[in-house]
Design a protein. Structure first.
Length: 80
């Protein structure tokens, strides 16, 4: 039974669509596999930089005591 021209075009169009869908899925999977490795190294580097900055701030504050730290938080009573 011969098929018409429109049936052939529809079949070709559907095959092309499915092929594009497969290629898109492959690209998506490749990106997912590449992304975690890059993200982990970048995230770790960012965390190290942040930790170093926090440590530097902590060390600066340790050298210069805060005025409130020298004062007692509880008022002292006079012993009479």
């Amino acid at each position: 039974m011969p098929r018409g021209r429109s049936t052939f075009k529809k079949r070709q169009k559907e095959q092309t669509r499915q092929q594009r869908q497969r290629e898109k899925l492959e690209r998506r999977n490749e990106r997912k596999q590449e992304k975690p490795a890059e993200a982990n190294t970048d995230e770790m580097a960012e965390l190290r930089e942040h930790a170093a900055a926090q440590a530097a701030l902590f060390n600066l504050n340790a050298e210069k005591p805060h005025p409130v730290e020298n004062q007692s938080l509880v008022p002292q009573r006079d012993k009479t």
